[in-house]
Each structure stands twice: as structure tokens, then as C-alpha cells.
Design a binder for this molecule. Structure first.
Ligand SMILES: [Zn+2]
Ligand SMILES: [Zn+2]
Ligand SMILES: [Zn+2]
Length: 287
């Protein structure tokens, strides 16, 4: 099964908190498309684009709004109904639809990050045999894992380090939930899996908690360790600390114990209620 078929909308279960259900409901009506060629849509206003899309779909209003990121060639289409979203998430239907509005593009999968704690460092992500053993032992379809990467770069490991944390990115909420539930084997070691909670966004250039990322940042470089005018990984004053958010020298901007981070996480979880759930919401009643 490909991620495209897996994306075919699953109903959001009635057991969930109404606010989470509403938010997840909206997400299932959102279709993310990566555009491969820039076309004339760049010159259209959102309103006109929505109108053209609705004409291409025929039979009534189905598209509620579009969001575009032209620089990253991303397009998000939100439909008015679950049925319209399910229809659009079908590969063939989407292709026809995009052709009609003269866009070349593909569905972008919704990704789910989980974290494997204390994975033996003998597990080598570049070793084909390790990888195939991992997929086989754990009965995971390797199409469903998009990426695996160590939380900390290998070169920063201590010499005697025997285990490390690994982030696994999957394109199926069901797979993520299954792994959280049953745990996973790496080189014959049983490893527990947890959902990666999403953190409030902190810009790695200006170090502020903000709604922008590095590539959108208009401020000067500030070091996450010492606030100096350089990149964090080029810091020559590792012993000097300064937190930009707290304006304090008792910790660095990246410190997990930063009181501003704690407060921001609380606010973030209030706005993103599903973040506090141990599983990714699906139609399964236990999620
Ligand atoms: Zn910034
Ligand atoms: Zn520095
Ligand atoms: Zn702080």
C-alpha cells in the first residue's frame, strides 16, 4: 500500500474531545500538494484560484480555501466536505483535477514523528542489512517509513555511548500508533516508542519563539548558546550562556529547562490539544 492510498480520509472518531475532533476534522479536509512546475496560478488571487478550482470540480462549491507557499512550491487546498477531500486524495482524481487547472503536482503526505529511546548505537542507519532486518523483524512495510534520524549528530556522541534516541518519521498515523503500542526491536533490543510532541516554534536564527522559521527571519544571527552575532554551531564561547527569550544569563536559548519554553509549551498545548494525546488521532477508539 502506498501513502497515497493510506491518505484516503479516515473518519475522525467520535470518542475524541470535540475540540480535537474539530481540529482533526479540518486537517482531514486539507490536501497538501507539492507543485513541480510554476504555472500561471502564481498570478491569480486566492479568490480567483478557488473559483477556478471549483469550476474544475464541477457540481457545486467544494473548495473552501487555498493556502500557498510559492517559494517552497507548496499548495494547501481545504475542502468544504470530507467527501470532496476523500475524492481529491485519490491519485487519479487529483491528477485530473490538477491538469484541469494547469498545475503539475503531487500529494504531500501528512507526516508523523515518533521517538525511539535508547536505541543501541550499534544500529547503523547506513547499513542495508541493519535496515532490512529492522523492517523484517518489526513487520514494517518500508514504504511507510519516510525517514529515520538520530536526535543528536553521531559525531557528538561520547566514546562510550551505547544507546541514543532516534526519530522515525512515518506517513501513516496507524503505523505510528502501532509502533507506540507494541514497541520495536533494534539489533535484538526491545525499544519503546513514544509520540514526538510538537514544540512551539523557535527561530534558530534570532532564537525567538515566533511564527517564522530561519528562511523567513529578517533579524540578524544570534547564537543560541551565548547570543553573540554568529551561528550557534560556530560558537567559540560554549561556557557563556544567554537566553534571548528570558533575557537572562543563567541558561542558553536552547535549554529545555528555559522557563519561557515551559510557558510556551503550555500555551502551545492549549491551542493544539491533540499534542497531549499519547497517540495520533485516527478512527480507532483507543487513539
Ligand atoms: Zn528569527
Ligand atoms: Zn555563541
Ligand atoms: Zn530562557
Amino acid at each position: 500500500m502506498t501513502y497515497k492510498s493510506a491518505l484516503m480520509g479516515a473518519p475522525i472518531a467520535s470518542h475524541l474531545d470535540p475540540q480535537i475532533r474539530a481540529r482533526e476534522g479540518i486537517k482531514t479536509r486539507q490536501i497538501k500538494i507539492s507543485i513541480s512546475t510554476q504555472t500561471q496560478i502564481a498570478n491569480l488571487s486566492d479568490m480567483i484560484l478557488v473559483e477556478q478550482m471549483n469550476n474544475a470540480l464541477e457540481g457545486g462549491q467544494k473548495i473552501y480555501r487555498v493556502l500557498r507557499n510559492s517559494r517552497l512550491n507548496k499548495l494547501m487546498v481545504e475542502t468544504t466536505t470530507d467527501e470532496a477531500a476523500t475524492w481529491l486524495k485519490n491519485e487519479g482524481n487529483l491528477k485530473n483535477f490538477l491538469t484541469r487547472i494547469e498545475i503539475q503536482g503531487d500529494l504531500k503526505p501528512r507526516l508523523h514523528n515518533i521517538i525511539a529511546s535508547f536505541v543501541p548505537t550499534t544500529f547503523n542507519l547506513d547499513n542495508e542489512r541493519h535496515l532490512s532486518e529492522f523492517f523484517e523483524t518489526n513487520k514494517i512495510d518500508n514504504d511507510s517509513i519516510v525517514q529515520m534520524c538520530w536526535v543528536k549528530p553521531i559525531e557528538r556522541r561520547r566514546k562510550d555511548q551505547v544507546s541514543a534516541h532516534l526519530i522515525i518519521t512515518t506517513n501513516k498515523a496507524e503505523i505510528a500508533n502501532e509502533l507506540i503500542l507494541k514497541s520495536v526491536f533494534f539489533c535484538n533490543y526491545r525499544v519503546t516508542i513514544e509520540k514526538c510532541k510538537r514544540d512551539p516554534l523557535r527561530c534558530l536564527k534570532c532564537q525567538k519563539f515566533a511564527s517564522h522559521m530561519v528562511h523567513e527571519c529578517t533579524e540578524h544571527n544570534k547564537c543560541g548558546t551565548c547570543r553573540g552575532a554568529h551561528m550557534t554551531n560556530g560558537c567559540a564561547e560554549q561556557n557563556k550562556k544567554w537566553c534571548v527569550s528570558c533575557n537572562s544569563n543563567n541558561h542558553s536559548s536552547w535549554d529545555r529547562d528555559c522557563p519561557t519554553l515551559t510557558r510556551k509549551i503550555e500555551e502551545f498545548d492549549q491551542r493544539n490539544l491533540e499534542n497531549s494525546l499519547p497517540f495520533f488521532p485516527t478512527a480507532e477508539p483507543w487513539t
